[in-house]
Design a binder for this molecule. Structure first.
Ligand code: ZN
Length: 126
């Protein structure tokens, strides 16, 4: 094998290696997007299960427990959002607590036009 043949063989090897690296890169990218898609589908399964749970359908106990945890978390999120609203409205001082729908004494939610707080019993002056 003369020098030029050797060079040519070497160039071919480099070319093969480069193509291999490109192929590996493509397979990685493909797997990444397939994984994303699989995770998205898992999320959709979760949404379907949670809807069924909320509709009162009977589910596998394991799934039901997880749904109950989600429900609890959603309740806590709603409670935190109410607290945030209350704190913001108290902080800027321009909004009347009772008008905003909260007892000014204990912070409980007030029914519209309630004259007394259902939680602490204090009279609501409007
Ligand atoms: Zn109250």
């Amino acid at each position: 094998m003369d020098f030029m043949d050797k060079m040519s063989e070497w160039a071919q090897k480099i070319s093969d290696k480069t193509n291999e690296v490109v192929e590996i890169g493509k397979l990685h990218a493909s797997n990444f997007s397939k994984n994303e898609k699989a995770n998205e589908l898992k999320k959709q399964i979760g949404e379907i299960c949670f809807s069924k749970y909320r509709a009162g359908d009977e589910l596998d106990p394991e799934i039901e427990n997880l749904c109950a945890e989600i429900k609890k978390l959603k309740g806590q999120i709603a409670e935190n959002e109410r607290t945030i609203r209350r704190m913001k409205e108290t902080a800027n001082g321009t909004v009347d607590m009772a008008a905003a729908g909260f007892c000014p004494y204990c912070g409980a939610d007030l029914a519209k036009d309630a004259r007394f707080c259902a939680r602490c019993g204090k009279e609501i002056v409007r």
